[in-house]
Write a protein that binds this ligand. Structure first.
Ligand SMILES: Nc1ncnc2c1ncn2[C@@H]1O[C@H](COP(=O)(O)OP(=O)(O)OP(=O)(O)O)[C@@H](O)[C@H]1O
Ligand SMILES: [Mg+2]
Length: 362
């Protein structure tokens, strides 16, 4: 199988308001950490968990390889760090094709996309990260691309305007988003396969920690791997980060450098990761909701401004797991802390006290 070539362009450059960078086409960047992470599974068989999703992808992949066609367009959605980019990269690698990488915010105008399209070879993959942030003009431009592998370029203006149609080679767009709700229906519908990635269970995360410790050439006790998995909030990226931290901690505090359970306990305590895997920022979110907004309802923008954290970060990185734990509720009027959330902070929920509305410290 041909070695996969990763061509990255513009993904880190053009935030809103900045001048869009010209995509550095043909540039090969194997050192980019985001895309050549030593811990990232390289093949579909190395992907742990998400069994139903992987099972379906394998069928589609095998069928496509047998027919020697391009894969249908795929959309991955789910919270950060659950494997959207990983799956996109492994699929391109399994197809043995080239993979160009870009992202919604860096495609500010249709012309930014054009070079990727003309560069896409038969069956190759174009990975568009944060696809919910494509500007409307680019989104409309991409519709005929996805449906008919055709671009419609308008030349001139007014009465003199002419549309030129250009045929493209069939290729695959893989989109990734943490906010599928922000995708317009026409864009979502143009993806042939849509897969939602959910949080991982502790068994799968333990397996990821064990495998990755081997990759990092570190010995880890089973109960230590279990502890890290348990504190990873269902997220492989968190598991990897905690593993790396615990390994550093072990290198400093343990002569052998091995990760034992007591070492893992101490390492996580020093990082202020609590029994559910919540970090200081997560707890601050909950205490802000209680102390500043009387438990809610409060809009995420207001909470973000109070905490001095972009609301998007809260929506992407903090709230999904809080919702999953049942610590907050999202209502049309804003976020509200639940009795379980209050108890986790060591506060007495009003219902436990017979109708007292104000949460109180024990
Ligand atoms: N199923 C998996 N098996 C093993 N490792 C995984 C799996 N999914 C993710 N990882 C690990 O977690 C890291 C983060 O995954 P990835 O970058 O694919 O997340 P993402 O969903 O694209 O996140 P974001 O929304 O922030 O872009 C990867 O580098 C990889 O090491
Ligand atoms: Mg990603």
């Amino acid at each position: 199988m041909a070695r996969q070539k990763v061509i990255e362009g513009g993904a880190s450059g053009g935030g809103a308001g900045s001048i869009p960078p010209d995509p550095p086409l043909g540039q090969f960047n194997p050192d980019d950490e985001r895309f050549d992470d030593e811990l990232r599974p390289q093949k579909l068989n190395e992907v742990v968990g998400q069994r139903k999703v992987v099972g379906r992808l394998k069928i589609v992949l095998d069928a496509t390889l047998k027919r020697k066609e391009a894969l249908g367009h795929i959309l991955f959605d789910g919270p950060p760090g659950l494997g959207k980019t990983t799956l996109a990269m492994t699929l391109a690698r399994e197809m043995g094709t080239e993979c160009q990488i870009t992202s919604g915010p860096s495609l500010m105008a249709p012309k930014d996309l054009l070079s990727y399209l003309t560069n896409a070879s038969y069956g190759s993959v174009l990975f568009i990260d944060e696809i919910h942030r494509l500007p409307p003009a680019v989104e409309e431009f991409i519709y005929p691309v996805m449906e008919d592998f055709r671009v419609d370029i308008v030349l001139g203006e007014g009465l003199n305007a002419r549309t030129i149609n250009m045929k493209l080679k069939p290729f695959t767009i893989i989109g990734a988003t943490t906010r599928s709700g922000m995708l317009t229906a026409p864009l979502r519908d143009r993806f042939v396969f849509r897969e939602h990635l959910d949080f991982y269970d502790v068994t799968d995360l333990t397996e990821i920690v064990r495998r990755n410790a081997r990759k990092l050439r570190t010995e880890i006790a089973d109960d230590a791997a279990g502890l890290i998995a348990d504190r990873s909030r269902g997220t492989p990226r968190k598991a990897n980060n905690l593993l790396r931290w615990t390994r550093d901690f072990a290198t400093v505090h343990e002569a052998t450098g091995n990760i034992t359970r007591p070492i893992a306990d101490d390492a996580l305590a020093m990082l202020e990761v609590d029994s559910l895997g919540l970090e200081a920022q997560d707890r601050r979110y909950l205490t802000t909701l209680v102390n500043v907004f009387s438990g809610g309802p409060a809009g995420v923008a207001a909470i973000g401004h109070t905490m001095n954290i972009p609301p998007d970060t809260l929506e992407d990185e903090v709230e999904p797991f809080m919702l999953r734990l049942g610590f907050i509720q999202r209502t049309p009027r804003g976020r509200t802390i639940t009795a379980a959330g209050l108890r986790h902070l060591g506060l007495t929920p009003p219902t436990d006290e017979g109708g007292d509305r104000q949460p109180r410290l024990f």
